[in-house]
Design a protein around this ligand. Sequence first.
Ligand code: TRP
Ligand code: SF4
Length: 443
Amino acid sequence: MVKLDPWGSSQFQDYARLRDEFGIEPMTPELWMDLEQPHWLLRRGTVFGHRDFGVVHDAIRRREPWAVLTGLMPSGKMHLGHKMVIDQCIDWQRHGADVTIAVADFEAYATRGFSIEQARELGIEEYVKTYLALGLKPQAAEVYFQTTRARVKDLAYEFGLKVNLSTMRALYGFEDSTSIAHVNAPLMQAGDILHVQQERKGGPRPTLVPVGVDQDPHIRLARDVATAFRVYSVQVAADGRPGVFLKGPGETKALLDRAERILRDLGFGELKRNDAYKAIYVDGATRADLQRVSLALAKAESAMGGHGFVQPSSTYHRFMTGLDGGKMSSSRPMSAVFLGDDPKESEKKFMAAKTGGRASAEEQRRLGANPDVCSVYEVYHDHLARQDDKYLSTVYTECKTGKRLCGGCKAEAWNLLKNQLKEIQEKKAQVTQAELKEILSYE
Ligand code: TRP
Ligand code: SF4
């Protein structure tokens, strides 16, 4: 069995298997094909899986409000792998999302031994400035710190009501020796994810969490917590009939009346209500129908003062392979291309990267090389070719057929990458206090 460890350092290879084992859905083309200029990370399958992305896709098509929430732990320098998350956030701004990004200073404190001051400082200097340099638009984005946002901490605390230790053990493999602060970190992350659906941030609405696949346990937790606090359960019942069900005690009649009204307003006529079962059946409702109903009822719950959180959606991207063939990670400097490093230093690392090349030039010319296992090709694929499919396929074919040798191929990639890094660094140096002030929130 594969294990997903959000704090681990393993590099997965078999993403399809990972997806199937955890019930992650494949990111099929009908989910993004009709978007205006879909991002290359989607088109090329780097974003390979999702949960409930269809809800977000619907919101985009209907031009309804939707949110993106993600977070990064300030535990080292930003590298190309981190850039992929921010690239996606930036692109979703173009598709109507309001974007919120958590600086996970609490998580760095609880799981990596950083002081909160260190984590905050690193968060601003290394992370937030780079987000702006990469092109995140401060007008439609907000960055905050876990430790200064009281309502996120309050949610984390409250979510503890519905989560027990055995769930946490099953999700994360926590041991008896795990500190409670560490146990609390995933609840804080659920707080991050769901707080954007509070009234103050726009109320219940489809919420996308773009992350690396190691974060999936956190997503499952946040989705379960969202459901646990709902008054109405919108689902397909055990007998196969879709409907709206009241979960707890309370004013059955008044609550069902309210749900019935909302269902009729949404245009569902064929309702079968059964007060004794606390149920309103909506026979024939599709999954998409139920998601629409759930959102409408969540809004009503929120208006009644509850947590009307709809389950967040997620997308998962593959990890960048490190230059050394493992996972790209800031804890192994030789594996990573850091966005802020002096290009001269990175050049050496890059030129020494593991490739899919052959033992000799002669052999490579004769037999071709293997871009599918090449960390340099991955950099072309995820960062250099951008929307230029023709260029990417030229690199691919030339590699496969032996027309391209690794030395020249690396030099070509490095030249492009160096320019990108230079641009990011120049922009980062020009980030103004006013821009920082616009994007950062301390409450
Ligand atoms: N756990 C994430 C990481 O290790 C950071 C994070 C904190 C996050 N809160 C989040 C990610 C909310 C997505 C959504 O980098
Ligand atoms: Fe990788 Fe380029 Fe060598 Fe092919 S030619 S294996 S893409 S470095």
